[in-house]
Design a protein around this ligand. Structure first.
Ligand SMILES: Cc1cc2nc3c(=O)[nH]c(=O)nc-3n(C[C@H](O)[C@H](O)[C@H](O)COP(=O)(O)OP(=O)(O)OC[C@H]3O[C@@H](n4cnc5c(N)ncnc54)[C@H](O)[C@@H]3O)c2cc1C
Length: 283
């Protein structure tokens, strides 16, 4: 039985996560589909060097792919590299990623790779580029706060890869990353323009109204196959209007007992969420 603090935190976190189990995730994915949103399912958990745990996360993604297919869910999965081997060794990561991709390919499914903090960036991009020539239904997340991203993005576009562009959720130092909000946004706008001008098949992963409007404007001049991607429980006001306008929208749905770190990141993004937490504690 979880303690009181965990139960109170969970009450707030529940808006961002599906729940503890794969079954919870499947239910929430059906719910997203009923709102005309595609689902991107992610089993929470990261930074694990424990090979048994790595194996179990990998097997869970295989099960998830089977269930998505069996339940006819319009959706896919997104994996974290440090969850399926990168925190142990890069070759284990590659082996596990390939086994997940092989299963996805049986179903004609797409696989997204999340981008984590900077110790993993180089290996994540390198492995993606190694695998891409033989596995085209594979996309990777790139972060606008990272200074290297412009070069990664151009490289990936040139090789026909697919990118989900986000601002970046991890604290990084000034040598590697833009820290000021305005600098991150300016870089996001620049990278998004590159995606619309030179790329095709990409995800605009943001809840920021200014960036969403900028994407709408770019889409008028550049007919590209792209989708908006947002997190479960955030900007539920704007998701239906984008669908109404004819855009494709995916909802990223995390689940699993490891919901605490993920929820901390969502709290950090918005002061009002801390108030939500306090209100839930004070009743
Ligand atoms: C589909 C998807 C996948 C992602 N994958 C990754 C990844 O692999 N690696 C990575 O580093 N990051 C990832 N992120 C997170 C991302 O980097 C940002 O941390 C997150 O999206 C917040 O940035 P924002 O662009 O929404 O802008 P913000 O400036 O943070 O938010 C803009 C507006 O959105 C609303 N909003 C934003 N966050 C919240 C919140 N927590 N609660 C309530 N309202 C909120 C508010 O109205 C806010 O004013 C992903 C994000 C999305 C949408």
């Amino acid at each position: 039985m979880p303690g009181l603090t965990e139960r109170l935190l969970y009450r707030v976190a529940k808006r961002w996560i599906a729940g503890y189990s794969l079954e919870d995730a499947i239910k929430v994915a059906h719910n997203a589909n009923s709102r005309k949103l595609r689902a991107i399912l992610n089993r929470l958990g990261e930074h694990t060097p424990d090979e048994k745990l790595i194996q179990s996360y990998t097997e869970e993604y295989l099960k998830l792919l089977d269930r998505l297919q069996a339940e006819k869910i319009d959706g896919t999965i997104s994996v974290k590299p440090s969850q399926i081997g990168l925190a142990a060794n890069p070759s284990l990561y590659k082996t596990n990623l390939l086994s997940i991709i092989d299963r996805a390919e049986i179903y004609g499914e797409f696989v997204w790779i999340d981008m984590e903090n900077s110790p993993y960036t180089e290996a994540t991009v390198r492995t993606y580029l190694e695998i891409l020539p033989s596995h085209r239904r594979l996309g990777v997340c790139l972060q606008a706060n990272m200074k290297r991203t412009e070069s990664d993005l151009k490289d990936i576009i040139a090789r026909g890869g697919m990118v989900r562009l986000v601002k970046g959720a991890y604290p990084e130092n000034t040598e590697l990353a833009y820290k000021r909000r305005s600098d991150v946004e300016a870089n996001y706008l620049k990278l998004m323009a590159t995606l619309f001008e030179d790329g095709d098949h990409f995800g605009i992963g943001t809840h920021d109204g200014k960036l969403i409007d900028a994407a709408r404007n770019l889409a008028k001049d550049h007919k590209r196959d792209f989708e908006f991607q947002m997190l479960k429980g955030i900007r539920d006001d704007i998701k239906p209007s984008l669908i109404e306008e004819g855009y494709r929208v995916s909802e990223y749905i995390p689940y699993g007992p490891e919901w605490y770190n993920y929820s901390k990141r969502r709290m950090r993004e918005r002061k009002r969420n801390i108030l939500l937490l306090i209100r839930s504690i004070t009743g």
